[in-house]
Design a protein around this ligand. Structure first.
Ligand SMILES: N[C@@H](CCC[C@H](N)C(=O)O)C(=O)O
Length: 299
């Protein structure tokens, strides 16, 4: 990476305990390769995180330059293994929280560029007691591209699943118990072969009550995490279809509470297929990376 002789500032944040290393790079001077990202996200030898958010002006990054007239800031998201993903629903709230705390944005509406396009974010004011306001994100339109007959499997157990795309790919399976998926030490298998050529995030879902579900997730590139924002949206879309409440068919929007292992998200699905997600985002620490450690990293 380019900045190996001076300490590099970083922050740590989470959204429903989906946690991220945040690297401010407003002018786009850093070249974070996969090995460097993986080292930063390593929970023992690095800072630790499910992923990394590089905060860069859209105009300063070729991946987002064409969005610069619609969104000043680009969320350059990477998974813990260093791979690139199109979108991170919890990450975009944490990204917005960072911008506000750094004085780079104000509470209220904010447009954020991502690899899945521009996402409109609303940051609520903090409460009088200082509790940070929740953050709502327009996650764009959910796609349910098929095919029929998708299945996910863990060991010798298999479940039918719905293929939902929230900018990134998901397979949503309803199960009898969240324990059914076992330890989720490895990525669940999916079929038919080739349905997810770029890999997939897999959600296991149980009912908690009317329009209320709970989920576990195995994330592509990060393993099991305590929350996945795009995953919670995919789950709400799948639950609405299963419940005969698909807003694209009924014309009525529907709201689901989705419990994740690290907290709670509220998801609203609209008749045009758009999905909004509301939840918390917290910055927990900031510091400087040791220059000698940084310069020892390759790639
Ligand atoms: N945790 C994220 C999703 C991050 C990307 C995912 N692992 C992928 O590879 O698609 C979220 O909150 O949405």
């Amino acid at each position: 990476m380019s900045d190996s002789t001076t300490g590099l500032p970083f922050l740590k944040g989470h959204g429903t305990q989906n946690d991220f290393v945040i690297i401010p790079d407003p002018e786009g001077r850093l070249d974070l390769g996969p090995a460097t990202v993986a080292a930063l996200c390593d929970r023992r030898a690095g800072i630790g995180g499910d992923g990394l958010l590089r905060v860069v002006r859209s105009a300063a990054d070729p991946a987002a330059a064409e969005l610069a007239d619609r969104a000043e800031w680009f969320m350059d998201y990477r998974n813990a293994d260093g791979s690139i993903a199109e979108m991170c629903g919890n990450g975009v709230r944490v990204f917005a929280r960072y911008l506000v705390e750094a004085g780079l944005a104000k509470p209220g509406p904010l447009a954020v560029a991502t690899r899945a396009g521009v996402r409109q974010v609303r940051i609520a004011e903090d409460a009088a007691d200082g509790t940070p306001g929740e953050i709502t994100v327009d996650m764009g339109r959910a796609l349910v591209p098929g095919p029929e007959g998708v299945e996910v499997a863990v060991g010798d157990r298999r479940w039918p699943a719905l293929n939902v795309n929230m900018g990134n790919p998901h397979a949503v399976a309803f199960v009898a118990s969240l324990d059914d998926a076992g330890e989720l030490a490895e990525a669940p298998a999916t079929s038919p072969e080739g349905v997810y050529p770029q890999g997939v995030n897999v959600e296991f879902v149980v009912d908690r009550g009317p329009r209320h579900v709970a989920m576990r997730v195995h994330e592509r590139g990060s393993g099991e995490t305590l929350s996945c924002g795009t995953g919670a949206c995919a789950v709400a879309v799948a639950a609405a279809r299963r419940d005969g409440a698909d807003p694209t068919a009924t014309g009525e929007s529907v709201r689901y509470t989705v419990d994740v292992l690290g907290g709670r998200l509220v998801i609203e699905v609209f008749p045009d297929g758009r999905v909004e997600k509301t939840g918390p985002a917290v910055i927990v620490a900031s510091g400087t990376l040791d220059p000698s450690w940084l310069s020892g990293l390759s790639g």
